[in-house]
Design a protein around this ligand. Structure first.
Ligand SMILES: [Zn+2]
Length: 482
């Protein structure tokens, strides 16, 4: 009897490996992933999560699953509001700028666009309706200032995803990480109750929406419950996010959704681990929140960055280092060289094989050459094992047939790497670190509308022999011959 072709993945909630399967008779796999807050560049830790999700999605597509993949955009919170105010622009204009930059980075990293990308500010009515339902059912209450809180004591199974002990809970931070005195300030019944709706404060200026509780804005957690329900229904098959979202964000999503519907919110939780940079936790204070722009500025092409960020198992902390990035770049080079050799010596109908890996490949019934590589992916998305298998097959292969190339194409579609490329995007002119750093500073100044400083740095760069060519979302450096 033929085995059913399914992918297996660790479920954070059940703490077991489970087959990925649609829960509804229509056979559609419903996937929701928490997206970025659009107030700055996403850093490579964020992208590690989005890349892992992208490979999972590509694997499922190549296996023939039908899926709907939704990833939201958080475009209202303290950080986006402060950013818009700092730049004296509207919240919409501010978040659109950063959404465009995020999209540019995703495209550069070859992350497929989601099937739907709902924004929090475009779903205020849905979020208000959900808060009203929670109040009606006794799970939430309004305070005197016009905020609404979720009553944690009304949901006894709270904490089952992360294993957090409700009795030990400290006050939940607001979205700027402040916890002090919030309970007193807002009159919460319990310090661990979290905000569903936040009353307007003077410092929010003209950014607010009308609600049954007065002017205000949604709390962060409610958007994911409301938007996933709108686009995917009451129960989602798979919900993804970085491990840092497990508590409180995902616990809160569960509480909100299940108290409204009385049904399970998510069947399978999928979390990816943290990223470190050179052995250290990434943080603003250490100045190591690397972005794709930083890495491009140092002469690294995005496909090498993609390879490096995928090179560890998603359930293990990945230590991102520049030597690792160099190793990723040379590994890619080796792969492409070997594949080009095999193509140049191929015979018959394999010789004209030139299919790019950007479109979804035909489902392959049986992998003859790369069975172990594909099995590694189907078994808890083991990308490092898959890469190891690919190298060992390539190393022992002297001649390749058509099926070989079809399988190769399928696997590299899943990994999201163009393997049949004749040009190597990593062979960019190498820009000295000091120049790259100046260019990154100039771009930052320009993004912050500090045009005087941006012009000054452009001049400095020109004198050092480099011209800056600005695109919409990024820039290039070209030697000017000085
Ligand atoms: Zn979320």
């Amino acid at each position: 009897m033929a085995a059913v072709d399914t992918a297996k993945l660790y479920n954070t909630e059940t703490r077991r490996m489970e087959a990925i399967a649609p829960g509804q008779p229509d056979g559609l796999l419903r996937i929701y992933c928490c997206g970025p807050t659009v107030y700055h560049y996403a850093h490579i830790g964020n992208f590690r999560t989005f890349l892992v999700q992208d490979v999972l999605r590509r694997l499922l597509l190549a296996m023939g699953y039908r899926l709907r993949f939704i990833r939201n955009i958080t475009d209202v919170d303290d950080k986006t509001i402060r950013g818009a105010q700092r730049e004296r622009t509207s919240l919409g204009a501010f978040t659109q700028k950063w959404t465009d930059i995020f999209h540019g980075d995703c495209d550069a990293l070859n992350i497929l666009r989601p099937d739907g990308e709902p924004r929090a500010t475009e779903h205020i009515a849905e979020q208000i309706a959900m808060v009203e339902a929670l109040i009606r059912k006794g799970h939430a209450y309004a305070t005197a200032d016009g905020s609404v809180y979720f009553r944690l004591s009304s949901f006894p199974v709270y904490g089952r995803l992360s294993g957090v002990d409700v009795g030990q809970l400290a006050p939940q931070a607001n979205d700027t990480g402040e916890t002090a005195n919030l309970a007193d300030e807002y009159g919460r019944d319990s310090v661990s109750d979290f905000a569903l709706w936040k009353a307007h404060k003077a410092e929010d200026g003209d950014i607010f929406w009308e609600s049954p509780w007065g002017k205000g804005r949604p709390g962060w957690h409610i958007e994911c419950s409301a938007m996933s329900m709108k686009y995917l229904g009451e129960t989602i098959d798979l919900h993804g996010g970085g491990i840092d979202l497990c508590f409180p964000h995902h616990e809160n999503e569960i509480a909100q959704a299940e108290c409204v519907t009385g049904k399970p919110f998510v069947r399978h939780w999928f979390h990816s681990e943290h990223l470190q940079v050179e052995g250290q936790k990434m943080s603003k204070s250490l100045g190591n929140l690397l972005t794709l722009m930083d890495l491009k500025g140092r002469g690294y092409a995005p496909d090498g960055v993609r390879y490096a960020l995928l090179s560890g198992h998603y359930r293990q902390i990945l230590n991102f280092t520049f030597s690792g990035l160099d190793a990723a770049r040379s590994a890619l080079q080796k792969l492409r060289t070997k594949v080009a050799q095999l193509r140049s010596t191929a015979e018959g109908n394999a010789a004209d094989y030139s299919q790019k890996t950007e479109t979804i490949p035909q489902k392959i019934a049986t992998y003859r050459h790369f069975a172990a590589a594909i099995e590694a992916l189907k078994n808890d998305l083991n990308i490092p094992k898959c890469l190891g298998e690919i190298f060992s097959v390539l190393n022992r292969t002297a001649a390749a047939d058509r099926q070989f190339f079809e399988e190769l194409r399928s696997i590299f579609f899943i990994l999201g790497i163009e393997i049949f490329s004749d040009t190597d995007p990593n062979r960019a002119p190498s820009v000295p670190d000091a120049i790259a750093a100046l260019a990154a500073q100039r771009w930052e100044a320009k993004q912050n509308k500090n045009f005087g400083e941006a012009d000054r740095l452009r001049q400095v760069l020109a004198e050092k022999g480099w011209d800056v060519v600005d695109g919409k979302d990024s820039y290039d450096l070209e030697p000017n011959g000085r």
